[in-house]
Write a protein of this length. Structure first.
Length: 315
């Protein structure tokens, strides 16, 4: 019974938050156009949260994902301006993100550095790299199909039901969910996060698992960067500032434990929807930005407090 309540908790929270803002702003919040907008806003955080879920399950943390997203938008824009096809530009951005993840993974596994310190350092280094490549300004690009991934649907596209970027997030969620539940690599991630010493004794390749986790985590952050580029239609080295906190909060709200060994893809997506719903609802209520930042900060603190409470209850 407790297990089901823990699993349904994020969904109950989403229903409560959605209902609250529907009551407070009935004419602005629960409209078809606003619901579609919230899905578009969730796609970026949700896609990055897929990778962050694997990182947190394995007992790690990654504070650099916001910088990876910004760097990806810059790389994609630069490649497009050199005449590269859109698919190649997007692929180049993802490859750069995975290279960043491999650097993080190697620093953690080879030099035994704490993930918090490594990713905090990469947070600044990658943000600076993005600003340097962009010459500290936005990069305007010619229009391509990449800029249509997170466009609202027109009447001719209504058959798609959801924008392409949202479909991409959902398909990737299914793939990662299946991997975590049914593959050896997924079991390794849970084992390393639950008890690294026991996992090592049982023959789990701990270092390789961590390296794979950080490569995938940054790779999904880069995919989120491609979606962010589509949403902005420019390369912006200053974008996604602070988004790493929203991404981590989404995963923890979704039921993952910062102590490692626990988490789910569905929960992380629900957590991302909660973060988007709160931000959108505050905007519809015309609350100033500083109030929204206080609310977001409070949600993060509450999410961490709930995580600690869950952890103590299990112990």
């Amino acid at each position: 019974m407790k297990t089901w309540l823990r699993r349904l908790g994020p969904l109950v929270g989403l229903v409560f938050v959605f209902g609250l803002f529907t009551i407070l702003t009935p004419d602005k919040f629960a409209t078809a156009s606003n619901l579609q907008l919230m899905l578009l806003q969730t796609a970026v955080v949700g896609t990055a949260a897929l990778g962050m879920t694997m990182v947190i399950i394995s007992g790690g943390i990654d504070l650099s994902v916001g910088s990876v997203i910004a760097l990806t938008t810059v790389v994609v824009a630069l490649l497009l301006n050199t005449g590269a096809p859109p698919l190649l530009a997007a692929g180049g951005g993802v490859v750069v993100g995975m290279i960043c993840g491999s650097m993080i993974g190697l620093l953690i596994t080879r030099f035994r550095l704490a993930p918090f310190i490594v990713t905090l350092g990469m947070w600044g280094a990658l943000r600076g790299t993005a600003k340097g490549l962009a010459n500290e300004q936005m990069i305007v690009t010619p229009g391509t199909w990449l800029t249509n991934l997170l466009n609202t649907l027109t009447e001719d596209q209504s058959w798609m039901l959801l924008p392409p970027g949202v479909w991409m997030m959902l398909i990737l969620a299914v793939v990662i969910g299946v991997m975590l539940k049914y593959t050896r690599q997924g079991r390794y991630m849970f084992a390393v996060g639950s008890n690294e010493v026991a996992a090592r004794i049982c023959g789990v390749p701990v270092e390789r698992t961590k390296l794979v986790v950080y490569i995938l985590g940054s790779g999904f952050a880069a995919l989120a960067g491609v979606l962010q580029f589509s949403y902005l239609t420019v390369g912006d080295p200053t974008t996604a500032s602070g988004m790493e906190l929203d991404i981590i909060a989404a995963v923890v709200i979704g039921g993952a434990s910062l102590a490692g060994g626990e988490g789910s893809i569905l929960g992380s997506l629900v957590g991302a929807l909660i973060m988007t719903t709160v931000g959108n609802g505050c905007t519809k209520m015309e609350l100033p930005n500083w109030v929204q930042e206080i609310v977001a900060g409070a949600i993060i603190v509450i999410a961490v407090a709930l995580d600690r409470y869950r952890h103590r209850s299990r112990n």
